[in-house]
Design a protein around this ligand. Structure first.
Ligand code: SAH
Length: 228
């Protein structure tokens, strides 16, 4: 495992490697039962899930209160939580069975900084615990980018950052820029990297103004009719 991390210049302590080994075992056992991911082979899980999740740490100071929206099989949330034990992570997903297992293994991994919230992004922002209360929202492979913006913007504090893990798709990025213009936001930077021969990006967006009352629209509307 360490060799794969080193290939990507990610240095972890022996304690962290031990946690990733335990996490790998739990992930593979759970994936066999409830199908969290199509990636099932050990080295591929390390590279495409663990390394990919940790790419953010090399690019940005992860601090404060962080939400992982659409955490699914717990990426990038759990790997980031392992290497940032002082940061509070909230893993959000609408599918209860994916989150239920996290509650049982965080003790085993000694992760005192992770909590889970079951719900849809379009609903949970109405709760004061979530509304404009996160310093960083991360999300990987959750939705079409303009849809995702509408999910994320009500959760972020003004002046703070959304880090979206995205594959390269020019049409999606153009639509995202249009949507951002409408919302009064802009892309701060796009960081490219290559992972297992695939071109990937983390797109950083700063929330520069409070969210307009009309967003997010009701459940399913951001998905069916994205802002563009
Ligand atoms: N981030 C993970 C999972 C991606 S699959 C990874 O990269 O491996 C997308 C996940 O987003 C699914 O688990 C789905 O339930 C969740 N999701 C999609 N739309 C959502 C919404 N509006 N609110 C909450 N969760 C959502």
């Amino acid at each position: 495992m360490q060799k794969i991390f080193e290939q990507y210049h990610i240095e972890l302590s022996p304690k962290e490697i031990e946690k990733f080994e335990k996490f790998l075992t739990i992930f593979m056992e759970t994936n066999a039962q409830i199908n969290l991911s199509a990636i099932r082979e050990r080295d591929a899980i390390i590279e495409k899930h663990f390394v990919d999740s940790l790419m953010l740490s090399a690019l940005y100071d992860v601090e404060g209160k962080v939400a992982d929206l659409g955490t699914g099989g717990w990426f990038p949330g759990i790997p980031l939580a392992i290497v940032n034990p002082e940061v509070e992570f909230t893993l959000i997903d609408s599918v209860a069975k994916k989150l239920k297992c996290v509650d049982s293994f965080i003790d085993e991994l000694g992760l005192l900084n992770v909590e889970t919230v079951i719900g849809r992004a379009e609903d949970i922002w109405q709760d004061a615990d979530h509304r404009e209360s996160y310093d960083l929202v991360v999300s990987r492979a959750t939705a079409y980018f303009p849809t995702l913006l509408e999910y994320v913007l009500p959760l972020l504090k003004v002046g703070w950052v959304f880090a979206a893990y995205k594959l390269t798709d020019k049409e999606e990025l153009t639509s995202t820029k249009k949507a951002l213009k409408r919302l009064g936001w802009k892309i701060m930077k796009v960081k490219n990297y290559e992972l297992a021969g695939q071109d990937r990006n983390i797109v950083f967006i700063e929330k520069i103004a409070p969210t307009h009352k009309k967003y997010p629209r009701k459940v399913w509307i951001p998905l069916k009719d994205p802002i563009v």
